[in-house]
Ligand binder design. Structure first.
Ligand SMILES: [Fe+2]
Length: 403
């Protein structure tokens, strides 16, 4: 049986099933292994890991610990109640109109950030004024209808992850800032900081950034240095205001002080740094990497909620979940009728009943003629999140901009 326990309850003889942390945040070769001594436990603790899953069939049990199934059930209920308290925020533009614009913008944004990273690597200075039109276009698109740009941000290729991640984080940060009703100028500063938050990766060797295997302890340290490089580069960039700097400088800090580079805690981390840490983790764990399959968006949000007890401010995680919906646009869901559907957009104010496109019949195992339905009509409802990979369905043809 898989059970969740606190690291303080770990003893030699137990078997770790899952370290329950971001895969990039630990230097172990695998996520599951036997606990062979106190040194191993000390190492896990030193990484800031607070809770792990153990396999009681392969090691010592802890009778009172909750099962993974109980933990998931509890998280599911919490997700539902978070979604139930959302304020209405109508979209000024419909999805069909915004989709082609968002697609063009996404391509352009990736090209700009790719070139910027290359220029920085060659020693060029970042010109903030030249980034402004991109920042404004990203904000405009999200405010017109965020369901057009956000699903595009979710799809990345292995070799282009570094700059595609920056564009994703920017789009998600704007949606998050919108949910928090932050002023326009602050949103602009946040968006700029998000586009540049990982600029220090230009100084990390490619073989470490794209290594198709676990990093060695030394490589792990070199990877973490990207934050220090980002800070140095942005300090030398005229026009970088504190909000943008905080987004970049604090995106790997964690609420419990287990982050880096400065191990800041709670209120020592600015609101913008805390937002960035949530969004950065969400995008990282929901993206496919060289040797790591990304979680479906809803599963990634559930993980954030689980980790919010230690790593993030729980209230901010709730706000982020409301910002993109518990069934984010572009994700696959199973309906009570047995059909699979792609979430098109949220019904603002009613996140449990999104507008979806029905595509597949699980009873017959075949595709259906696509049909758009509004789940608020009451004819069907979401019963679970699904993984495109599990059903061998390519998500790309089902993006709003593909039609
Ligand atoms: Fe980073």
């Amino acid at each position: 049986m898989i059970k969740k326990i606190s690291v303080s309850e770990l003893i030699p003889g137990m078997y770790i099933h899952d370290l329950n942390c971001e895969w990039m945040e630990h230097p172990f070769l695998t996520n599951s292994f036997p606990v062979d001594g106190q040194a191993r436990i000390a190492k896990i603790r030193s990484l800031g890991i607070q809770e792990v899953y153990i396999d009681t069939e392969r090691g010592i049990d802890l009778p009172h610990a909750p099962t993974a199934e109980q933990v998931q059930k509890d998280l599911h209920q919490r997700m539902q109640s978070i979604a139930a308290t959302h304020t209405e925020r109508p979209n000024p533009v419909d999805l069909i109109t915004e989709a082609p614009r968002a697609k063009k913008l996404h391509t352009e944004a990736n090209r700009i950030i790719k070139n910027l990273m290359t220029d920085v690597r060659l020693g060029a200075q970042i010109e903030v004024e030249r980034m402004e039109p991109l920042v404004e276009s990203m904000i405009d698109s999200i405010f017109r209808n965020q369901s057009a740009l956000l699903p595009l941000a979710g799809l990345k290729k292995h070799d282009t992850y570094t700059f595609e991640h920056s564009v994703s984080v920017c789009a998600l940060m704007v949606a998050f800032a919108r949910e928090l009703d932050l002023p326009y100028q602050t949103i602009k500063d946040i968006a700029l900081g998000a586009l540049l938050h990982d600029v220090g990766k230009a100084m990390v060797p490619d073989y470490i950034l794209n290594k198709p295997a676990s990093l060695t302890a030394k490589e792990f340290v070199a990877m973490k240095d990207h934050v220090v490089y980002s800070i140095e580069i942005l300090k030398q960039t005229p026009g970088i205001v504190p909000v943008a700097m905080n987004v970049a400088a604090q995106h790997h800090e964690r609420h419990d002080g287990s982050g880096y580079p400065h191990r800041l805690k709670g209120g020592e981390i600015s609101l913008y740094g805390q937002m960035a840490s949530i969004v950065d983790v969400y995008d990282a764990i929901s993206s496919n990497r060289v040797y790591h399959r990304g979680l479906p968006p809803s599963a990634a949000l559930t993980k954030l909620l689980e980790w919010s007890e230690h790593h993030f401010d729980p209230r901010l995680v709730h706000n982020f979940i409301r910002a993109i919906g518990i069934y984010p646009a572009g994700s696959l869901v199973r309906l009570e009728s047995g059909r699979l559907a792609v979430v098109r957009e949220q019904n603002e104010g009613d996140l449990l009943y999104p507008r979806v496109e029905i595509i597949y019949n699980t009873d017959l195992g075949c595709y259906l003629t696509p049909e758009l339905i509004d789940l608020r009509s009451g004819n069907d409802r979401v019963i679970s999140n699904e993984d495109f990979n599990k059903w061998h369905i390519n998500p790309k043809p089902w993006l709003p901009s593909a039609s």
